[in-house]
Write a protein that binds this ligand. Structure first.
Ligand SMILES: *Cc1c(COP(=O)(O)O)cnc(C)c1O
Length: 390
């Protein structure tokens, strides 16, 4: 099929394109600067180590922490696993109770389920209709043997922001560690680990205009100093927290991506929330539609909408060559199960299966939003007409 226009990408919560400035920063590290950052006996190694060090500073600057508190991983899935399993193994003498939330990413939920088989007790807090946990319920769930709160910053499907500062304060008050999967939040909204009382934080480069296969874990070093049992053993890289030769080009890309987000976060957030609001308002005029999480604080560039009686898979297949959106998490989009996040918010299976997620990004234009509104409106009306006839 001949297309007169390039397809529109509004699935930036699944992954973003790599910013050309990030690619440019990475390129030398595939060729002339190919050294192993752990090589201490020559220039090639020193050069690589220096670049990794700069990247560590760039990540730390975005989060408001020290560079010694950042370790590099293969992405947020690994960071989630390392944080939760690492805390569980370290603090097992204090207790085996973990508190998390039903709307977490599968990298957190499946890790918790795995630990349950190894003796962990896990409380899965519910969310309300807007996708928020109840802070009082969280505090009540804390027991003397609670070792970790694992609550995500921004939901990947709805963009709903949990009250992270309040959770951090409760964690401090009860001397429980607080880990947050901030993969969707970092680079999109201000995230300051000190102000918010966060002890561990996971992020991923490919959700913030960096490359795939690289991420980081922030591990607090004072008040309190957090210790983790490593999950990968070997050469003792990353202060013993994560062995394996560093992905130098990826790390350089992550650092550059963080620096760009530090510089452009406010400008991107303002522009994208404007476009997101336009998209929402226009699509809400299509009858029988709703925004999920509408009354909660949300990311500036995400919206999740339901169109009653419209099968979102059928709808998306209809325009898949023109417009890329999704029905939730990319990890589960193959299963066609209704979203666990939307179900937890009280949507029926049917309504959850009538929902789509839009993730705008740095390269989204006004013209694309205008076109997307037309495409969706037409598709919803067409499917409803076809149904009325059948
Ligand atoms: C994408 C995502 C992950 C997984 O990140 P990877 O780097 O792809 O492993 C984890 N948590 C959340 C909230 C995400 O959006």
């Amino acid at each position: 099929m001949l297309m007169d226009k390039a397809p529109i990408y509004l699935d930036n919560n699944a992954t973003t394109s790599c910013d050309p400035r990030v690619v440019e920063a990475m390129l030398p590290y595939f060729s002339s600067h190919f050294g192993n950052a752990a090589s201490r006996t020559h220039l090639f190694g020193w050069q690589a180590e220096e670049s990794v060090d700069l990247a560590r500073e760039q990540v730390a600057a975005l989060l408001g922490c020290d560079k010694q508190e950042i370790i590099f991983t293969s992405g947020a899935t690994e960071s989630d696993n390392l944080a939760i399993k690492g805390v569980f193994e370290t603090y097992t003498a204090k207790g085996k109770h973990i508190i998390t939330c039903v709307a977490e990413h599968s990298a957190v939920l499946d890790t918790c389920r795995h630990l349950e088989k190894l003796g962990a007790e896990v409380t899965y807090l519910p969310v309300n209709h807007d996708g928020l946990i109840d802070i009082a319920a969280l505090e009540q769930a804390i027991r003397p043997d609670t070792i970790l709160l694992a609550i995500m910053f921004a939901n990947n499907e709805t963009g709903v922001l949990q009250p992270i500062g309040e959770i951090g304060a409760i964690a401090k008050k009860h001397q429980v560690l607080f880990f947050t999967d901030a993969t969707q939040a970092v680079g999109k909204i201000p995230v300051d680990v000190r102000k918010l009382g966060i002890d561990l934080l996971a992020l991923s480069a490919h959700k913030m205009y960096g490359p795939k296969g690289v991420g980081a874990l922030y591990i607090r070093r004072r008040d309190p100093r957090v210790k983790l049992v490593p999950q990968l053993h070997g050469g003792g890289h990353e202060r013993g927290n994560r062995s394996g030769t560093l992905n130098v080009p990826g790390i350089v890309g992550l650092g550059k991506a963080c620096q760009l987000c530090s510089d452009e976060l406010q400008q991107d957030a303002t522009r994208l929330s404007g476009l997101r609001d336009q998209l929402e308002h226009a699509l809400l005029t299509v009858s029988d539609s709703q925004v999920n999480g509408a009354n909660a604080p949300r990311l500036p560039q995400t919206t999740n909408l339901s169109f009653r009686q419209v099968d979102s898979q059928v709808m998306m297949m209809g325009f898949s060559a023109e417009l890329a959106i999704s029905s939730g998490s990319a990890c589960s989009s193959a299963t066609l199960e209704p979203s666990h996040v939307l179900r937890a918010m009280g949507l029926t299976d049917e309504l959850a299966l009538s929902s789509v997620r839009f993730g705008l990004g740095r390269f989204t234009t006004q013209a694309e939003i205008d076109r997307a509104i037309g495409i969706i409106t037409q598709a919803v009306n067409k499917l409803r007409q076809a149904q009325a006839l059948s």
